[in-house]
Design a protein around this ligand. Structure first.
Ligand code: PLP
Length: 482
């Protein structure tokens, strides 16, 4: 929840207590220099022991509740007919309203089964915006991705409450251009990750759903961050103030044909689900579950993960849980704005996103400013964020670089993990970096994997700026500085 203090400031206040902790260490800057060099200036390749504040992702890094941990103790490990699956089905039925469920090992496994069954080579998948793995699965199935987000969504500084909306005029034009036979399905992503965690409105989903129905096109929803999107609808859209997050989620679900999500985001440490009331779609995918994932009553998950997910799905619809995440991100963004750090506005749902194009405006996109910013921030603080810009893009089929629409450093806020002091420390170090940004240069690939290169690609600092930055840091903070 958000609480107004007597000094007029508003802060997020946790509606939980911390009872289990993990120790972390803030190493001296010289050690971090060795670590980032060893990681090829890719924060994905760092060892977690070298990281102080791990804001790489909210995937599988959220703190579990006591209710989730205790549910894991009663997991039923039966290969077939597991009671854990029954509890997961009951939770999905209650919170999402779907009766047919396929449990998979994580979100991308759902994308694999969906793309394999629903896309014919040459067909187009229309999206409000892509996610890295969703795009690769469409491409692997021979499909083409078409993104129809609002023009406003690509402006990092904005007051538009629903930058995750699909542009309805563009959608109509696209269906006219391709013809409905050429379109495999429409995919909407809740709290759109690569746009900076931006939601779509209920009104927009209704309009997309109507057009999809009129044209006989399946509407697929990536609901990895469904609760946040529902909460934004409650906060920002007229007519929803008095509705609960659960009621809003159910209304959203009534508008779509197929739901999938990564359980790693909000409910458990691993796992994912495909859920639908559409028997035809379900029966197309069902035979593939035991081939690629596992038997029907566990799929790609352990029974413990299914139990944690069943509780987590119920918890995500509780008002305080999702409200805490949103309030925390808002606080983070507002503290950055106070220090003139360029961030994505309005605040989104999963992270504070720093606009690397504005932060490091002297670095051309071909030299990966968001990657440089992620490496530089780690170097001077031990805070690990993730590049969400050109490095996270796939190259064009002719091998040329596909420049990202926006270059972001994502500082993820996993649920119930960090405190306000972690945020204030991070903002303070970003402020120092902004004052010293001229010391930071670009990056170039030294090892570049052919697909999803952002995960394990290695890079080098152009002109050796890493040493320069460390020297300036030691000058300001002292020789043994952390
Ligand atoms: C919106 C979205 N879809 C799909 C995925 C893929 O899920 P997973 O990492 O569980 O494979 C993610 C992961 O971050 C995501 O954010």
């Amino acid at each position: 929840m958000k609480i107004k203090l007597t000094n007029g400031n508003t802060i997020p206040v946790e509606s939980h207590q911390v009872r289990i902790v993990r120790n972390v260490t803030l190493n001296p800057v010289k050690e971090r220099l060795g670590a980032i060099r060893g990681a090829g200036f890719n924060t994905f390749c760092l060892k977690s022991r070298d990281v102080f504040v791990d804001m790489l992702t909210d995937s599988g890094t959220n703190a579990m509740s006591d209710r989730q941990l205790s549910a894991m103790m009663i997991a039923d490990d039966a290969y077939a007919g597991s009671e854990s699956m029954e509890r997961l089905e009951a939770a999905i039925n209650d919170i999402l309203g779907f009766k047919n469920i396929l449990p998979v090992h994580q979100g991308r496994a759902a994308e694999h089964l969906i793309s394999r069954t629903m896309i014919k080579p040459g067909q187009v998948v229309i999206m409000n915006y892509h996610f890295t793995t969703s795009k690769v699965h469409v491409l692997f199935a021979g499909g083409v991705v078409e993104e129809l987000c609002l023009d406003e969504a690509l402006k990092t500084e904005s007051s538009h409450p629903f930058k995750g909306n699909m542009d309805i005029a563009k959608l109509n034009a696209s269906i006219r251009k391709h013809g409905k036979e050429k379109i495999a399905f429409i995919r909407m992503e809740a709290t759109t990750n690569l746009l900076g965690g931006q939601p779509f409105s209920m009104q927009n989903l209704r309009e997309v759903s109507k057009i999809a129905k009129e044209n006989g096109l399946p509407l697929v929803l990536d609901g990895s961050l469904i609760a946040e999107n529902a909460f934004f609808i409650k906060e920002r859209e007229a007519g929803f103030k008095s509705k609960s997050v659960k009621e809003i989620i159910l209304e959203m679900m009534s508008l779509i044909d197929l739901f999938y999500f990564s359980g790693r985001k909000s409910s458990s440490s691993r796992g994912g689900v495909i859920a639908t009331n559409n028997e035809k779609l379900f029966n197309m995918m069902k035979p593939l579950l035991p081939v690629f994932e596992g038997f029907f009553t566990y799929g790609g998950m352990s029974s413990k993960e299914m139990e944690a997910m069943a509780v987590g799905i119920r918890e995500m619809a509780e008002p305080n849980v999702v409200e805490n995440v949103v309030a925390f991100v808002q606080f983070f963004v507002e503290e950055c704005i106070k220090e003139k750090i360029p961030v994505v506005t309005p605040p989104g749902g999963l992270a504070c996103h720093v606009d690397a194009k504005r932060f490091l405006s002297h670095i051309p996109q071909s030299e990966y400013p968001a990657g440089s910013l992620a490496a530089a921030l780690f170097l001077i603080s031990g805070v690990r964020g993730m590049e969400r810009g050109t490095i996270s893009m796939e190259r064009n089929p002719d091998g040329s670089e596909a420049l990202a629409d926006i270059e972001l450093l994502r500082l993820a806020v996993p649920r119930r993990v960090f405190t306000i002091s972690h945020v204030l420390f991070t903002v303070d170090r970003l402020k120092w970096l902004l004052a010293n940004k001229h010391l930071v240069g670009g990056l170039k690939f030294t090892e570049e994997p052919p697909v999803l290169r952002f995960f394990v690609g290695k890079l080098a600092p152009i002109g050796g700026w890493d040493e320069r930055l460390v020297n300036a840091f030691e000058k300001d903070f002292g020789k043994d500085a952390c």
